[in-house]
Design a protein around this ligand. Structure first.
Ligand code: UT7
Length: 349
């Protein structure tokens, strides 16, 4: 069985730079607080009525395909990872297929939030290894800025997230020992609501009845979107930041070590760890816990904030473009986030 290699990478971030100082003008926050707690200095926000999750994904995909030397007609399968799709349904996969004029190929959407890219990579890996597909386009894109609460009420969430897209083209490996060595996927739904956006949704669970009692309208349910929900501004993401942080610093090292041990490797063997860019403090904790050198870990959250599913491919693109990954180098990707879901992938470049 042939391994799967990343044949091309691309990224796209919108032009609009929003600094911590800009956010401090619209809510009670400060550059000092944001930098100290998260490391973030600025992020990019989509241009209203121009950028969407799909259009940004298309831009990243064009670069990935150019780097891989493949045309849209050569792509066999699309996987699109996002938590901020253009439509509730259908997913962004088909919108990208249409926008890029691709053949009537399969298009799969992945809804795994921060670990969405690595989950999607794992799915693509199976299709390539079995020989079913030769060219898979995997896109991860997010438009958070359209759906955040920019009042002080939402500041613990809103200052963290940014918009952007990353993409990779996956193909069978061409060199001995090249490609994805293994992927490791996990979930624990016990804390699903601790980082969630429950509305609009079809839920009527006890947790939210107690926490946010949005009264149903109409005789049959009607919990989807009610006027009360909108009045209460109950349509934004919810995060218990401390709970997420505490779990993340356990699960990141755990899933990285799982990948290394599965391949009889240790942290010293890693050329570059690319952690999901959730919070610089989490990445630094993981770095110290695994005793990795500064140059073994790539971080760019300072410039883009947390772009959820897109953060790993954006960082991967920048690291590759900056010459930090060389042929034969061991690259580890790892993510943790909403669900909770977490995952890792180990690959030889
Ligand atoms: O990719 C998805 C995964 N997500 C994560 O990994 C996020 C993990 N969690 C975190 O990164 C951190 O928990 C945050 C950065 C979100 C928050 O930092 P924290 O140190 O856990 O702050 P906190 O939520 O405990 O809040 C501390 C204080 C509170 O004020 P009081 O109650 O002590 O007076 C908050 O109201 O900081 C306040 N606060 C802010 N102040 C200024 C919360 N957000 C802000 C803000 N600016 N943006």
């Amino acid at each position: 069985m042939k391994r799967t290699k990343i044949a091309g990478i691309g990224m796209y971030v919108p032009e609009q730079v929003v600094t911590n100082g800009d956010l401090a003008k619209v809510m009670d926050t400060s550059d000092e607080w944001i930098q100290e707690r998260t490391g973030i200095r600025e992020r990019r926000y989509a241009r209203r009525f121009e950028d969407t999750t799909t259009t940004m994904g298309v831009e990243a995909a064009k670069i990935a395909m150019q780097n891989a030397g493949v045309e849209p007609r050569e792509i066999d399968f699309i996987i699109f990872a996002t938590l901020s799709p253009d439509y509730y349904f259908p997913g962004c996969g088909v919108l990208l297929q249409r926008a890029m004029g691709m053949k009537e190929i399969g298009a799969l959407d992945v809804r795994n939030q921060c670990s969405g890219f690595i989950y999607a990579l794992s799915v693509a890996d199976q299709f390539i290894k079995t020989g079913m597909y030769k060219n898979i386009l995997l896109v991860a894109s997010e438009t958070h800025s359209y759906g955040l609460d920019f009042t002080t009420r939402g500041r613990n969430v809103s200052v963290i997230f940014g918009d952007g897209a990353g993409a990779v083209v996956l193909q069978p490996a061409t060199r001995e020992n090249q490609g994805i060595l293994s992927t490791h996927l996990h979930s624990d739904g016990d804390s699903a609501e601790l980082l969630s956006m429950p509305n609009p949704g079809f839920h009527a669970g006890k947790f939210w009845k107690e926490k946010r009692p949005a009264a149903p309208k109409g005789p049959y349910g009607g919990l989807f979107i009610t006027e009360e929900l909108l009045e209460k501004e109950d349509v934004y993401p919810y995060m218990d930041g401390q709970a997420v942080f505490k779990k993340a610093v356990i699960k990141f090292p755990e899933v990285i070590m799982e990948a290394l041990q599965a391949n009889n490797l240790t942290p010293v063997d890693i050329q570059l760890l690319i952690p999901h860019q959730a919070n610089l403090r989490i990445s630094q904790f993981v770095q110290h816990y695994l005793r990795l050198r500064e140059d073994q870990v790539y971080n760019n959250i300072q410039k883009y904030g947390n772009t959820t599913a897109a953060s790993v491919p954006i960082a991967l693109y920048e690291a590759w473009h900056g010459g930090k990954i060389t042929d034969g180098g061991l690259v580890c990707l790892a993510a943790f986030g909403s669900g909770f879901t977490w995952a890792s992938a180990l690959l030889r470049w």
